[in-house]
Write a protein that binds this ligand. Structure first.
Ligand SMILES: Cc1cc2nc3c(=O)[nH]c(=O)nc-3n(C[C@H](O)[C@H](O)[C@H](O)COP(=O)(O)OP(=O)(O)OC[C@H]3O[C@@H](n4cnc5c(N)ncnc54)[C@H](O)[C@@H]3O)c2cc1C
Length: 459
Protein backbone atom coordinates (compact mmCIF):
# COMPACT_ATOMS: atom_id res chain seq x y z
CA UNK A 1 0.00 0.00 0.00
CA UNK A 2 2.83 2.44 0.82
CA UNK A 3 4.14 1.97 -2.74
CA UNK A 4 0.71 2.89 -4.10
CA UNK A 5 0.69 6.03 -1.96
CA UNK A 6 4.17 6.95 -3.23
CA UNK A 7 2.93 6.48 -6.79
CA UNK A 8 0.00 8.81 -5.98
CA UNK A 9 1.87 11.76 -4.43
CA UNK A 10 5.59 11.19 -5.05
CA UNK A 11 8.26 9.58 -2.88
CA UNK A 12 9.19 12.80 -1.04
CA UNK A 13 5.60 13.23 0.12
CA UNK A 14 5.17 9.92 1.90
CA UNK A 15 7.07 9.90 5.19
CA UNK A 16 7.60 6.80 7.29
CA UNK A 17 9.53 5.83 10.46
CA UNK A 18 12.20 8.27 11.58
CA UNK A 19 11.40 10.67 8.76
CA UNK A 20 8.15 11.56 10.52
CA UNK A 21 8.72 14.72 12.57
CA UNK A 22 6.96 15.22 15.94
CA UNK A 23 4.63 17.87 14.52
CA UNK A 24 2.65 15.07 12.84
CA UNK A 25 1.94 13.32 16.14
CA UNK A 26 1.72 16.13 18.72
CA UNK A 27 -0.73 18.98 19.16
CA UNK A 28 -0.47 22.70 19.95
CA UNK A 29 -0.23 22.10 23.71
CA UNK A 30 2.42 19.39 23.38
CA UNK A 31 0.24 16.30 23.86
CA UNK A 32 1.82 13.38 22.01
CA UNK A 33 -0.04 10.62 20.11
CA UNK A 34 1.15 7.54 18.25
CA UNK A 35 3.68 7.58 15.43
CA UNK A 36 1.49 7.28 12.30
CA UNK A 37 2.02 4.39 9.89
CA UNK A 38 2.89 7.04 7.29
CA UNK A 39 2.41 10.75 6.66
CA UNK A 40 1.01 11.52 3.21
CA UNK A 41 1.22 15.08 1.88
CA UNK A 42 -0.91 15.63 -1.26
CA UNK A 43 -0.69 18.86 -3.28
CA UNK A 44 -4.01 18.77 -5.16
CA UNK A 45 -7.58 17.55 -4.80
CA UNK A 46 -6.88 14.85 -7.39
CA UNK A 47 -4.04 13.55 -5.20
CA UNK A 48 -6.29 13.53 -2.09
CA UNK A 49 -8.81 11.56 -4.13
CA UNK A 50 -6.18 9.00 -5.19
CA UNK A 51 -4.84 8.67 -1.61
CA UNK A 52 -8.29 8.05 -0.16
CA UNK A 53 -9.20 5.57 -2.90
CA UNK A 54 -6.05 3.57 -2.02
CA UNK A 55 -6.73 3.69 1.74
CA UNK A 56 -10.37 2.76 1.13
CA UNK A 57 -9.39 -0.25 -0.99
CA UNK A 58 -7.07 -1.44 1.79
CA UNK A 59 -9.45 -0.52 4.64
CA UNK A 60 -6.64 1.60 6.08
CA UNK A 61 -7.61 4.21 8.72
CA UNK A 62 -6.74 7.84 7.96
CA UNK A 63 -6.62 10.94 10.15
CA UNK A 64 -6.74 14.31 8.41
CA UNK A 65 -4.38 16.96 9.75
CA UNK A 66 -4.42 20.75 9.52
CA UNK A 67 -2.43 22.83 12.00
CA UNK A 68 -2.94 20.46 14.99
CA UNK A 69 -4.44 23.26 17.11
CA UNK A 70 -7.75 21.51 17.83
CA UNK A 71 -7.14 20.17 21.31
CA UNK A 72 -9.51 17.18 21.52
CA UNK A 73 -7.29 14.65 19.75
CA UNK A 74 -9.27 14.80 16.52
CA UNK A 75 -6.20 14.88 14.28
CA UNK A 76 -3.81 13.09 16.64
CA UNK A 77 -2.79 9.78 15.02
CA UNK A 78 -3.87 6.58 16.72
CA UNK A 79 -2.06 3.26 16.28
CA UNK A 80 -1.83 2.20 12.61
CA UNK A 81 -3.37 5.35 11.13
CA UNK A 82 -2.17 7.16 8.01
CA UNK A 83 -1.81 10.90 8.69
CA UNK A 84 -3.14 12.90 5.73
CA UNK A 85 -1.47 16.29 6.08
CA UNK A 86 -2.91 19.12 3.97
CA UNK A 87 0.09 21.37 4.61
CA UNK A 88 1.11 21.48 0.91
CA UNK A 89 -2.42 22.43 -0.20
CA UNK A 90 -2.00 26.06 0.81
CA UNK A 91 -2.81 28.11 -2.31
CA UNK A 92 -4.95 31.22 -2.10
CA UNK A 93 -6.43 30.79 -5.56
CA UNK A 94 -8.47 33.95 -5.99
CA UNK A 95 -9.54 37.06 -4.08
CA UNK A 96 -12.70 38.17 -5.90
CA UNK A 97 -13.58 41.63 -4.57
CA UNK A 98 -16.56 41.96 -6.92
CA UNK A 99 -18.32 38.91 -5.50
CA UNK A 100 -16.78 39.42 -2.03
CA UNK A 101 -15.18 35.97 -1.94
CA UNK A 102 -11.84 34.26 -1.55
CA UNK A 103 -11.18 30.79 -2.95
CA UNK A 104 -8.57 28.85 -1.02
CA UNK A 105 -7.08 25.40 -0.56
CA UNK A 106 -7.83 23.81 2.81
CA UNK A 107 -4.25 23.69 4.09
CA UNK A 108 -3.80 27.50 3.98
CA UNK A 109 -2.99 28.95 7.41
CA UNK A 110 -5.68 31.37 8.64
CA UNK A 111 -3.33 34.30 9.27
CA UNK A 112 -1.91 34.08 5.71
CA UNK A 113 -5.42 34.26 4.34
CA UNK A 114 -6.32 37.23 6.58
CA UNK A 115 -3.21 39.13 5.47
CA UNK A 116 -3.75 38.43 1.78
CA UNK A 117 -7.38 39.59 1.93
CA UNK A 118 -6.34 42.71 3.88
CA UNK A 119 -3.81 43.54 1.16
CA UNK A 120 -6.79 43.76 -1.23
CA UNK A 121 -8.58 46.23 1.11
CA UNK A 122 -10.97 43.59 2.50
CA UNK A 123 -11.21 41.56 5.69
CA UNK A 124 -11.72 37.88 6.42
CA UNK A 125 -13.39 38.20 9.83
CA UNK A 126 -12.74 34.80 11.45
CA UNK A 127 -10.04 35.36 14.06
CA UNK A 128 -8.71 33.23 16.90
CA UNK A 129 -5.61 32.88 19.02
CA UNK A 130 -4.31 29.96 16.93
CA UNK A 131 -4.39 32.07 13.71
CA UNK A 132 -0.67 31.56 12.99
CA UNK A 133 -0.97 27.74 12.87
CA UNK A 134 -4.57 26.68 12.29
CA UNK A 135 -5.74 26.03 8.72
CA UNK A 136 -8.90 26.88 6.82
CA UNK A 137 -9.70 23.14 6.50
CA UNK A 138 -9.38 22.73 10.29
CA UNK A 139 -11.46 25.87 10.88
CA UNK A 140 -14.19 24.44 8.63
CA UNK A 141 -13.98 20.93 10.11
CA UNK A 142 -14.35 22.34 13.65
CA UNK A 143 -16.74 25.19 12.70
CA UNK A 144 -14.38 27.58 14.46
CA UNK A 145 -15.74 30.71 16.13
CA UNK A 146 -13.44 33.22 17.78
CA UNK A 147 -13.75 36.83 18.80
CA UNK A 148 -16.24 38.33 16.33
CA UNK A 149 -18.98 35.70 16.12
CA UNK A 150 -21.56 38.18 17.41
CA UNK A 151 -21.12 40.24 14.20
CA UNK A 152 -19.99 37.80 11.47
CA UNK A 153 -21.04 34.37 12.75
CA UNK A 154 -18.95 31.20 12.91
CA UNK A 155 -17.04 29.53 10.09
CA UNK A 156 -20.32 27.95 8.97
CA UNK A 157 -21.62 31.45 8.21
CA UNK A 158 -18.52 32.35 6.18
CA UNK A 159 -18.44 29.32 3.84
CA UNK A 160 -20.29 29.85 0.55
CA UNK A 161 -18.95 26.85 -1.34
CA UNK A 162 -16.97 23.76 -0.51
CA UNK A 163 -15.06 20.98 -2.23
CA UNK A 164 -14.56 17.76 -0.30
CA UNK A 165 -13.41 14.21 -0.95
CA UNK A 166 -15.36 11.35 0.59
CA UNK A 167 -13.90 8.15 2.02
CA UNK A 168 -13.80 6.23 -1.29
CA UNK A 169 -12.07 9.10 -3.13
CA UNK A 170 -15.17 10.70 -4.69
CA UNK A 171 -14.72 14.44 -5.22
CA UNK A 172 -17.83 16.43 -4.21
CA UNK A 173 -17.43 19.80 -5.95
CA UNK A 174 -19.68 22.50 -4.48
CA UNK A 175 -17.40 25.52 -5.01
CA UNK A 176 -20.06 28.19 -5.54
CA UNK A 177 -19.84 31.93 -4.98
CA UNK A 178 -23.36 32.94 -4.00
CA UNK A 179 -25.34 33.01 -0.75
CA UNK A 180 -28.73 31.77 -1.92
CA UNK A 181 -28.86 28.24 -3.25
CA UNK A 182 -31.94 26.16 -2.57
CA UNK A 183 -31.31 23.32 -4.97
CA UNK A 184 -31.88 20.41 -2.64
CA UNK A 185 -29.78 19.40 0.35
CA UNK A 186 -27.07 21.86 1.42
CA UNK A 187 -24.30 19.26 1.26
CA UNK A 188 -21.49 21.53 2.46
CA UNK A 189 -23.09 21.47 5.92
CA UNK A 190 -22.25 17.75 6.14
CA UNK A 191 -18.56 18.64 6.18
CA UNK A 192 -18.64 21.87 8.24
CA UNK A 193 -18.15 21.04 11.92
CA UNK A 194 -17.99 17.28 11.34
CA UNK A 195 -14.31 17.04 12.37
CA UNK A 196 -13.22 15.10 9.29
CA UNK A 197 -15.34 12.02 9.97
CA UNK A 198 -17.43 12.34 6.78
CA UNK A 199 -14.86 13.61 4.27
CA UNK A 200 -11.73 15.66 3.67
CA UNK A 201 -12.27 19.34 2.90
CA UNK A 202 -9.96 20.29 0.03
CA UNK A 203 -11.01 23.78 -1.15
CA UNK A 204 -13.49 26.45 -0.09
CA UNK A 205 -15.09 29.68 -1.24
CA UNK A 206 -15.32 32.03 1.75
CA UNK A 207 -17.03 35.39 2.31
CA UNK A 208 -14.93 38.51 2.73
CA UNK A 209 -16.08 41.91 3.99
CA UNK A 210 -14.99 45.52 3.58
CA UNK A 211 -12.40 46.40 6.22
CA UNK A 212 -14.22 47.46 9.38
CA UNK A 213 -12.10 50.50 10.31
CA UNK A 214 -10.75 51.22 13.80
CA UNK A 215 -12.15 49.35 16.73
CA UNK A 216 -13.58 51.39 19.60
CA UNK A 217 -13.57 49.52 22.89
CA UNK A 218 -15.23 50.12 26.26
CA UNK A 219 -14.65 48.41 29.59
CA UNK A 220 -17.66 48.38 31.92
CA UNK A 221 -18.20 47.50 35.58
CA UNK A 222 -21.58 46.08 36.58
CA UNK A 223 -23.50 45.25 39.77
CA UNK A 224 -25.10 41.94 38.70
CA UNK A 225 -25.63 39.42 35.91
CA UNK A 226 -29.09 40.81 35.08
CA UNK A 227 -27.36 44.11 34.28
CA UNK A 228 -24.80 42.26 32.11
CA UNK A 229 -27.51 40.69 29.94
CA UNK A 230 -29.39 44.02 29.99
CA UNK A 231 -26.27 45.75 28.69
CA UNK A 232 -25.92 43.20 25.87
CA UNK A 233 -29.51 43.84 24.73
CA UNK A 234 -28.99 47.59 25.06
CA UNK A 235 -25.79 47.51 22.96
CA UNK A 236 -27.41 45.30 20.31
CA UNK A 237 -30.22 47.81 20.02
CA UNK A 238 -28.09 50.96 20.09
CA UNK A 239 -25.11 49.82 17.98
CA UNK A 240 -26.85 47.32 15.68
CA UNK A 241 -24.35 46.07 13.05
CA UNK A 242 -21.47 48.06 14.57
CA UNK A 243 -21.32 45.79 17.67
CA UNK A 244 -18.42 43.40 17.02
CA UNK A 245 -17.66 41.84 20.42
CA UNK A 246 -19.21 41.54 23.89
CA UNK A 247 -17.12 39.73 26.49
CA UNK A 248 -18.07 39.10 30.12
CA UNK A 249 -15.74 38.47 33.08
CA UNK A 250 -16.75 37.31 36.52
CA UNK A 251 -15.13 39.15 39.44
CA UNK A 252 -12.64 36.37 40.20
CA UNK A 253 -11.24 36.33 36.66
CA UNK A 254 -10.89 40.15 36.58
CA UNK A 255 -9.22 40.16 40.00
CA UNK A 256 -6.78 37.43 38.92
CA UNK A 257 -5.78 39.42 35.84
CA UNK A 258 -5.16 42.74 37.55
CA UNK A 259 -3.42 41.18 40.57
CA UNK A 260 -1.31 38.50 38.88
CA UNK A 261 -0.61 39.44 35.25
CA UNK A 262 2.16 41.99 34.73
CA UNK A 263 1.60 44.88 32.32
CA UNK A 264 -2.21 44.97 32.55
CA UNK A 265 -3.68 48.41 33.23
CA UNK A 266 -6.74 48.08 35.45
CA UNK A 267 -9.51 50.50 34.42
CA UNK A 268 -11.36 49.87 37.72
CA UNK A 269 -10.66 48.24 41.08
CA UNK A 270 -11.77 44.59 41.44
CA UNK A 271 -14.72 45.41 43.68
CA UNK A 272 -17.67 44.81 41.31
CA UNK A 273 -19.31 41.45 40.62
CA UNK A 274 -19.04 41.64 36.81
CA UNK A 275 -17.05 43.34 34.07
CA UNK A 276 -17.64 43.53 30.33
CA UNK A 277 -15.69 44.51 27.23
CA UNK A 278 -17.78 46.00 24.43
CA UNK A 279 -16.25 46.52 20.97
CA UNK A 280 -17.76 48.48 18.08
CA UNK A 281 -16.35 49.15 14.64
CA UNK A 282 -17.46 50.69 11.39
CA UNK A 283 -16.24 52.71 8.43
CA UNK A 284 -16.61 56.10 10.19
CA UNK A 285 -14.49 56.10 13.37
CA UNK A 286 -15.98 59.31 14.83
CA UNK A 287 -19.54 58.11 14.27
CA UNK A 288 -18.87 54.73 15.87
CA UNK A 289 -17.09 56.35 18.82
CA UNK A 290 -19.95 58.83 19.35
CA UNK A 291 -22.47 55.97 19.07
CA UNK A 292 -20.69 53.88 21.69
CA UNK A 293 -20.29 56.93 23.97
CA UNK A 294 -24.04 57.68 23.73
CA UNK A 295 -24.92 54.01 24.33
CA UNK A 296 -22.73 53.97 27.46
CA UNK A 297 -24.37 57.15 28.79
CA UNK A 298 -27.79 55.57 28.24
CA UNK A 299 -26.65 52.40 30.05
CA UNK A 300 -25.37 54.49 32.97
CA UNK A 301 -28.71 56.32 33.24
CA UNK A 302 -30.61 53.00 33.24
CA UNK A 303 -28.36 51.61 35.99
CA UNK A 304 -26.98 48.85 33.76
CA UNK A 305 -23.40 49.93 34.39
CA UNK A 306 -21.75 51.59 37.36
CA UNK A 307 -18.59 52.74 35.62
CA UNK A 308 -17.15 52.70 32.11
CA UNK A 309 -13.95 53.59 30.24
CA UNK A 310 -13.95 54.30 26.48
CA UNK A 311 -10.80 53.89 24.35
CA UNK A 312 -9.53 57.04 22.65
CA UNK A 313 -6.83 55.35 20.57
CA UNK A 314 -5.90 51.91 19.23
CA UNK A 315 -3.30 51.63 22.03
CA UNK A 316 -6.05 52.17 24.63
CA UNK A 317 -8.31 49.69 22.83
CA UNK A 318 -5.55 47.07 22.93
CA UNK A 319 -4.91 47.80 26.62
CA UNK A 320 -8.55 47.00 27.41
CA UNK A 321 -8.47 43.83 25.30
CA UNK A 322 -5.35 42.76 27.18
CA UNK A 323 -7.53 42.05 30.24
CA UNK A 324 -9.47 39.45 28.26
CA UNK A 325 -6.49 38.19 26.24
CA UNK A 326 -4.62 37.36 29.47
CA UNK A 327 -6.81 34.27 29.92
CA UNK A 328 -4.06 31.79 28.99
CA UNK A 329 -1.66 33.43 31.47
CA UNK A 330 -4.34 33.43 34.17
CA UNK A 331 -4.89 29.70 33.63
CA UNK A 332 -1.13 29.28 34.00
CA UNK A 333 -1.33 30.81 37.49
CA UNK A 334 -4.15 28.40 38.43
CA UNK A 335 -2.30 25.10 37.91
CA UNK A 336 -3.26 22.40 38.63
CA UNK A 337 -6.45 23.21 36.80
CA UNK A 338 -8.85 21.90 34.16
CA UNK A 339 -10.25 24.17 31.42
CA UNK A 340 -13.68 23.98 29.81
CA UNK A 341 -15.27 25.63 26.84
CA UNK A 342 -19.03 25.27 27.08
CA UNK A 343 -22.18 26.95 25.77
CA UNK A 344 -25.31 27.73 27.74
CA UNK A 345 -28.52 29.64 27.32
CA UNK A 346 -27.59 33.17 28.44
CA UNK A 347 -30.32 33.27 31.10
CA UNK A 348 -28.84 30.19 32.83
CA UNK A 349 -25.22 31.29 32.86
CA UNK A 350 -25.09 33.03 36.24
CA UNK A 351 -26.61 30.08 38.09
CA UNK A 352 -24.37 27.65 36.19
CA UNK A 353 -21.24 29.62 37.11
CA UNK A 354 -22.24 29.69 40.80
CA UNK A 355 -22.87 25.94 40.73
CA UNK A 356 -19.54 25.26 38.98
CA UNK A 357 -17.73 27.21 41.70
CA UNK A 358 -19.68 25.49 44.50
CA UNK A 359 -19.04 22.05 42.96
CA UNK A 360 -15.33 22.85 42.61
CA UNK A 361 -15.18 23.77 46.31
CA UNK A 362 -17.18 20.67 47.21
CA UNK A 363 -14.78 18.49 45.25
CA UNK A 364 -11.67 19.92 46.89
CA UNK A 365 -11.46 22.42 49.79
CA UNK A 366 -8.89 24.41 47.78
CA UNK A 367 -10.95 24.25 44.59
CA UNK A 368 -12.68 27.12 42.78
CA UNK A 369 -13.88 28.07 39.31
CA UNK A 370 -12.87 31.14 37.32
CA UNK A 371 -15.35 32.14 34.61
CA UNK A 372 -15.31 34.45 31.59
CA UNK A 373 -16.56 34.24 28.01
CA UNK A 374 -18.18 35.49 24.83
CA UNK A 375 -21.61 36.41 26.22
CA UNK A 376 -23.15 37.18 22.86
CA UNK A 377 -22.42 33.63 21.61
CA UNK A 378 -23.56 31.86 24.80
CA UNK A 379 -19.97 30.60 25.16
CA UNK A 380 -18.35 30.45 28.60
CA UNK A 381 -14.82 29.48 29.53
CA UNK A 382 -14.60 27.82 32.94
CA UNK A 383 -11.26 27.02 34.56
CA UNK A 384 -11.40 24.84 37.69
CA UNK A 385 -8.46 24.92 40.09
CA UNK A 386 -7.79 21.96 42.39
CA UNK A 387 -5.12 21.06 44.92
CA UNK A 388 -3.69 18.12 42.98
CA UNK A 389 -4.09 15.87 46.02
CA UNK A 390 -7.22 14.01 44.89
CA UNK A 391 -6.82 10.82 42.87
CA UNK A 392 -7.75 11.11 39.19
CA UNK A 393 -8.80 14.74 39.80
CA UNK A 394 -8.80 15.90 36.16
CA UNK A 395 -11.18 13.15 34.99
CA UNK A 396 -13.48 13.56 37.95
CA UNK A 397 -13.65 17.33 37.44
CA UNK A 398 -14.35 16.81 33.73
CA UNK A 399 -17.24 14.52 34.52
CA UNK A 400 -18.53 16.96 37.17
CA UNK A 401 -18.55 19.98 34.84
CA UNK A 402 -19.91 18.10 31.81
CA UNK A 403 -22.71 16.62 33.95
CA UNK A 404 -23.49 20.11 35.20
CA UNK A 405 -23.43 21.52 31.66
CA UNK A 406 -25.81 18.78 30.49
CA UNK A 407 -28.17 19.44 33.40
CA UNK A 408 -28.40 23.11 32.31
CA UNK A 409 -29.17 22.15 28.70
CA UNK A 410 -25.75 23.35 27.55
CA UNK A 411 -23.15 22.23 25.00
CA UNK A 412 -20.01 20.48 26.27
CA UNK A 413 -18.05 21.80 23.29
CA UNK A 414 -18.51 25.38 22.16
CA UNK A 415 -15.18 25.18 20.31
CA UNK A 416 -12.61 22.55 19.25
CA UNK A 417 -15.21 19.77 18.72
CA UNK A 418 -15.55 16.34 20.33
CA UNK A 419 -12.64 14.35 18.89
CA UNK A 420 -11.58 11.44 21.06
CA UNK A 421 -11.28 13.35 24.32
CA UNK A 422 -14.87 14.51 24.76
CA UNK A 423 -16.53 11.48 23.16
CA UNK A 424 -17.48 9.88 26.51
CA UNK A 425 -19.54 12.98 27.34
CA UNK A 426 -21.33 13.54 24.02
CA UNK A 427 -24.61 12.27 25.47
CA UNK A 428 -24.64 15.15 27.97
CA UNK A 429 -25.41 17.47 25.06
CA UNK A 430 -26.95 15.34 22.32
CA UNK A 431 -29.96 13.02 22.49
CA UNK A 432 -29.82 9.30 21.71
CA UNK A 433 -31.74 9.97 18.46
CA UNK A 434 -29.23 12.64 17.42
CA UNK A 435 -26.27 10.35 18.10
CA UNK A 436 -27.96 7.51 16.20
CA UNK A 437 -28.46 9.82 13.19
CA UNK A 438 -24.76 10.79 13.33
CA UNK A 439 -23.91 7.06 13.15
CA UNK A 440 -26.29 6.57 10.22
CA UNK A 441 -24.62 9.39 8.29
CA UNK A 442 -21.17 8.01 9.10
CA UNK A 443 -22.19 4.54 7.96
CA UNK A 444 -23.65 5.89 4.70
CA UNK A 445 -20.69 8.09 3.78
CA UNK A 446 -17.83 6.00 5.17
CA UNK A 447 -19.06 2.39 5.41
CA UNK A 448 -15.57 1.03 6.09
CA UNK A 449 -15.04 3.62 8.83
CA UNK A 450 -11.62 4.73 7.59
CA UNK A 451 -11.94 8.51 8.21
CA UNK A 452 -10.89 9.65 11.70
CA UNK A 453 -12.14 6.41 13.30
CA UNK A 454 -13.52 6.72 16.81
CA UNK A 455 -13.74 10.52 16.72
CA UNK A 456 -17.12 11.96 17.85
CA UNK A 457 -18.78 8.48 18.07
CA UNK A 458 -17.27 5.03 18.58
CA UNK A 459 -15.79 3.31 15.53
C1 LIG B 1 -4.49 29.02 21.22
C2 LIG B 1 -5.75 28.46 20.60
C3 LIG B 1 -6.87 29.28 20.48
C4 LIG B 1 -8.04 28.77 19.92
N1 LIG B 1 -9.12 29.61 19.86
C5 LIG B 1 -10.25 29.15 19.32
C6 LIG B 1 -11.40 30.04 19.22
O1 LIG B 1 -11.37 31.18 19.66
N2 LIG B 1 -12.51 29.54 18.63
C7 LIG B 1 -12.58 28.26 18.14
O2 LIG B 1 -13.62 27.87 17.60
N3 LIG B 1 -11.53 27.41 18.26
C8 LIG B 1 -10.38 27.83 18.82
N4 LIG B 1 -9.31 26.97 18.91
C9 LIG B 1 -9.48 25.57 18.46
C10 LIG B 1 -9.77 25.43 16.97
O3 LIG B 1 -10.53 24.25 16.74
C11 LIG B 1 -8.58 25.35 16.10
O4 LIG B 1 -7.66 26.35 16.39
C12 LIG B 1 -8.80 25.30 14.57
O5 LIG B 1 -10.09 25.55 14.11
C13 LIG B 1 -8.39 23.93 14.10
O6 LIG B 1 -7.65 24.07 12.93
P1 LIG B 1 -6.41 23.14 12.63
O7 LIG B 1 -6.02 23.40 11.22
O8 LIG B 1 -5.35 23.30 13.64
O9 LIG B 1 -7.07 21.68 12.74
P2 LIG B 1 -6.48 20.36 13.38
O10 LIG B 1 -6.24 20.54 14.82
O11 LIG B 1 -5.35 19.86 12.57
O12 LIG B 1 -7.74 19.39 13.19
C14 LIG B 1 -8.92 19.59 13.92
C15 LIG B 1 -9.98 18.60 13.43
O13 LIG B 1 -10.35 18.92 12.09
C16 LIG B 1 -10.04 17.83 11.20
N5 LIG B 1 -9.52 18.42 9.97
C17 LIG B 1 -8.45 19.24 9.83
N6 LIG B 1 -8.33 19.61 8.54
C18 LIG B 1 -9.33 19.01 7.87
C19 LIG B 1 -9.73 19.00 6.50
N7 LIG B 1 -9.08 19.69 5.56
N8 LIG B 1 -10.81 18.27 6.14
C20 LIG B 1 -11.49 17.55 7.08
N9 LIG B 1 -11.14 17.51 8.38
C21 LIG B 1 -10.08 18.24 8.77
C22 LIG B 1 -9.05 16.98 11.95
O14 LIG B 1 -9.08 15.64 11.53
C23 LIG B 1 -9.51 17.15 13.39
O15 LIG B 1 -10.59 16.32 13.66
C24 LIG B 1 -8.12 27.43 19.48
C25 LIG B 1 -6.99 26.62 19.58
C26 LIG B 1 -5.82 27.11 20.15
C27 LIG B 1 -4.62 26.22 20.27
Amino acid sequence: MIDDLIAAVGRGNVLTGEDIGPRYYSDAVGRVGQLPRAVVRPRTTAEVSRVLAICHAHGAPVTTQGGMTGLVQGAMPQAGEIALSLERMNDIEEVDTGNGTVTVQAGCVLQRLQERVEAEGFSFPLDLGARGSCTIGGNIATNAGGNRVIRYGMMRDLVLGLEAVTADGTVVDGLRKYIKNNTGLDLKQLFIGSEGVLGVVTRAVLRIYPQPGDRIVAACAMPGFAEVTGLLQHMRRELAGDLTAFEVMWNRYYRQVIEKIPGVQAPFPADRPFYAIVEASGADRDKVSAGLQAALEGALEQGLIEDAVLSKSQAEALAIWKIRDASVEVSGTMRPCVGFDVSLPIDRMAEFADRADADARGFDPEGYASVFGHLGDGNLHVVVHHSGRQADAAHRIERMIYDLTGSYGGSISAEHGIGLLKRPYLDRSRTAAEIALMRTLKQAMDPKGILNPGRIVEA
